[in-house]
Write a protein that binds this ligand. Structure first.
Ligand code: AAO
Length: 454
């Protein structure tokens, strides 16, 4: 029986939304590295407008690495410390646009700007003014031209077909690479042509990791597949498929052979339960759902499709509310030490610390042992459902309010196994495992944690 994971380099990432650089460095050393997270996605690291809402981060004023999440030195220190802990840093790159402010102002670090003037970087001629809608804003996502040349919610839209604009963006990304980041989330990639994004990232070293944010919209002409040609993409269909069975209790297996419909091929897909946008929007299952959220994450981490990113943010009741700050507007540091699961009542601003939850950490262990073993046909019994990763592990969930039992055929050797979620002992005998599950419970066993043979 193997005692070490088959896949020595687990693939799971975590989005630490609006967490300061000094705190991310701490998490890399204490939580992420030791628990096998491979990468962390940070919030945007460049100077932004001086406003309190979290989304100020998505309105760039300059490419100085000075933000309310930390300084350039703190960013560089974080990258070095995460790297030493075995965790890659992926920075959120906001390169489609600058601010959406009609009035002139000064950024977080004091840099003056106007809507279409960014001293030393861009002047009015560097921006698209589409002239297709009354206010130059995107109104119709069915129009490729609008989506890629008009403004996303009034954000000054860079003309990324221009060589000088591309050069300025590339210089910014190279600066981040010089500090050791492994790659970038390309924010609002849909709003740049795939050709433009490819030209920009093509100027970077070949091993730069690129993950494009292209929300799959029903029937829209711009699809994530265009951007999967030169990097990975977030696959929004995955989260949309994950949630309904959690509420209905009716599970069915995904396409087990070949590609999944309306999903990019598995190798280029980043999957997630929710992110900072969808938890404020379309996601039906979020941190607020406690155990059901654990179940959603467990099913994602047990799956054989895509590369998962766990989302770890903060509690809020106001969609726009930023993370708690000090009197100067700097986001307060936070530690996830000692957090083992969701709680019933969060206060606004509390960090959810999903990446530190016992069940999530257990599923990372499961995933490391599951390696690239295929997902087998599952069993749906009442409100319970489970499946095997061939010969490597078995997972089961119960989405009902009553205890439930599900019996799953398995090729794991007969014996007793430690449940990585609860620590209980689970028995494989006669080619099957019977899981007795608590209401809203999860169980998972894998080949690396047998406690006894039979
Ligand atoms: C803020 C204010 C605005 C103000 C602006 C300028 O809220 O009122 O005008 O400042 O002053 C974030 C915030 C914004 C904020 C912005 C700038 O979310 O509220 O605006 O910072 O501070 C589209 C894009 C996608 C984008 C998403 C929010 O395609 O790229 O909108 N996400 C990223 C970031 C996000 C950030 C930005 C981009 C900007 O992750 O945090 O904004 O840097 C459809 C389309 C999608 C479209 C959505 C939203 O999606 O397909 O492409 O996303 O609509 O309009 C179903 C459908 C699906 C649909 C989805 C909507 O599932 O199937 O098609 O619902 O949820």
């Amino acid at each position: 029986t193997p005692s070490t994971p088959e896949s020595a380099a687990p693939d799971v990432g975590v989005q630490l939304f609006q967490l300061p650089w000094t705190s991310i460095a701490e998490e890399c050393e204490t939580t992420l590295g030791p628990n096998g997270f491979a990468w962390v996605l940070t919030s945007p690291p460049n100077e932004h407008i001086a406003r309190d809402e979290w989304w100020a981060s998505y309105q760039p004023v300059s490419y100085e690495l000075e933000t309310r999440l930390g300084t350039r030195d703190e960013f560089a220190d974080m990258v070095a410390r995460c790297d030493a802990a075995g965790v890659d840093v992926i920075a959120d790159a906001v390169i489609n646009h600058m601010t959406g402010q009609d009035a002139p102002g000064a950024g977080w670090a004091g840099t003056p700007y106007e809507h279409y003037e960014y001293p030393g970087l861009y002047t009015a001629g560097d921006f698209h003014r589409c002239g297709l809608t009354s206010n130059d804003d995107i109104q119709d996502y069915d129009s490729r031209e609008q989506v890629q040349t008009c403004e996303l919610v009034n954000l000054a839209d860079l003309d990324t077909s221009s060589e000088t604009v591309r050069g300025t963006i590339v210089a910014y990304l190279e600066d981040l690479l010089s500090l050791g980041v492994a790659g970038f989330r390309i924010d609002a990639a849909k709003h740049m042509t795939a050709e433009d994004v490819e030209a920009i990232v093509g100027a970077l070293p070949e091993d730069t990791r690129i993950v494009s944010e292209v929300i799959r919209g029903g029937g829209e002409p711009i699809v994530p597949e265009e951007y999967a040609e030169f990097g990975e993409v977030f696959e929004f269909t995955y989260a949309r498929d994950l949630a309904p069975p959690l509420e209905s209790g009716v599970f069915s297996d995904p396409e087990l052979e070949g590609d999944r419909p309306l999903h990019v091929p598995a190798g280029g897909a980043i999957v997630f339960v929710d992110n900072h946008d969808t938890e404020r929007g379309e996601a039906d299952v979020t941190y607020r759902d406690g155990p059901l959220y654990v179940i959603a994450n467990a099913l994602m981490l047990a799956d054989d499709y895509g590369t998962p990113v766990v989302y770890s943010g903060y509690a809020y009741s106001d969609r726009d509310a930023g993370a708690p700050t000090d009197a100067d507007g700097r986001v307060l540091g936070a530690s996830c030490a000692g957090v083992s699961g969701p709680v019933e009542d969060y206060d606004d601003g509390d960090r959810t610390c999903v990446h530190a939850w016992t069940a999530i950490v257990g599923m990372l262990e499961f995933r490391a042992f599951a390696g690239d073993a295929p997902r087998l046909a599952g069993v749906d019994e009442g409100d319970a459902y489970g499946f095997e990763r061939e010969g490597r592990g078995v997972v089961a969930v119960n989405v009902g309010a009553e205890p439930a039992t599900v019996t799953i055929p398995t090729s794991l050797p007969a014996g007793e196994y430690r449940d990585v979620i609860t620590g209980a002992t689970r028995t494989v005998a006669d080619g099957r495992v019977v899981f007795d599950l608590e209401p809203l419970g999860v169980a998972a066993i894998h080949i690396g944690a047998p406690t006894a043979g039979i």
